[in-house]
Design a protein around this ligand. Structure first.
Ligand SMILES: Nc1ncnc2c1ncn2[C@@H]1O[C@H](COP(=O)(O)OP(=O)(O)OP(=O)(O)O)[C@@H](O)[C@H]1O
Ligand SMILES: [Mg+2]
Length: 175
């Protein structure tokens, strides 16, 4: 297939070379097309994940690739602040449209949904994990070459959910 991106988990076509589906995989939005998904992880907090996510995104965007950031750090989102994003995301009956930085990087973060960005998010693990899955399934990620997923620290619910539910192509680990 000419438009194959090797992500069978996020592809609707039933071609002969399709790989078996991961049972925990969450389907991307039907209007999404994300070619590569890179997770940024660490064993502990404050080691530079959000900074590396931001710098990698800016760099790939400057190289001419369509770039996106999925901020999976629901309880400690940093990405909107790093890019000075203030506007809330908009949605319609089709789905949620990510925000765009000045240079055109698409961003989805809990901060862009909360009425007041300093409101604390005090949710149990399954709700947080469900939110991350919705950032993949309900957001229209239209034509993204590289998506960087900024994770919370450690090996808790969110990193496990991201690794099980999203078609991750690679990780950047900071220690
Ligand atoms: N290589 C570096 N040199 C100097 N300062 C850095 C470096 N990387 C990150 N920092 C600074 O350290 C602080 C923490 O960085 P950052 O928020 O990116 O970490 P994080 O791993 O995302 O943290 P958290 O686990 O809380 O999400 C920030 O103030 C950032 O500017
Ligand atoms: Mg961070």
């Amino acid at each position: 297939m000419s438009d194959c991106n090797s992500n069978c988990d996020s592809c609707a076509s039933k071609c002969s070379s399709a790989k078996p589906k991961n049972d925990f995989a969450v389907d991307a939005h039907e209007l999404s097309n994300v070619k590569k998904v890179i997770g940024i992880v660490s064993g502990k907090g404050g080691v530079g994940k959000s900074l590396v996510t931001s710098l990698m995104s800016v760099n790939m965007n400057r190289k001419g690739y369509n770039t996106a950031i999925l901020d999976a750090d629901i309880t400690g989102p940093s990405i909107p602040k790093a890019f000075g994003l203030k506007e809330k995301v908009v949605s319609n009956e089709m789905g949620i449209f990510p925000a765009k930085t000045n240079s055109g990087i698409e961003v989805m973060s809990i901060n862009l949904l909360l009425a007041n960005e300093t409101d604390p998010v005090v949710w149990r693990g399954p709700v947080i994990a469900g939110t991350v899955k919705q950032f993949w399934s309900d957001v229209i990620w239209n034509d993204v070459d590289y998506m960087f997923v900024d994770m919370p620290p450690g090996t808790g619910d969110v990193p496990l959910t991201v690794f099980q539910s999203l078609p991750i192509d690679g990780i950047i680990g900071l220690w």
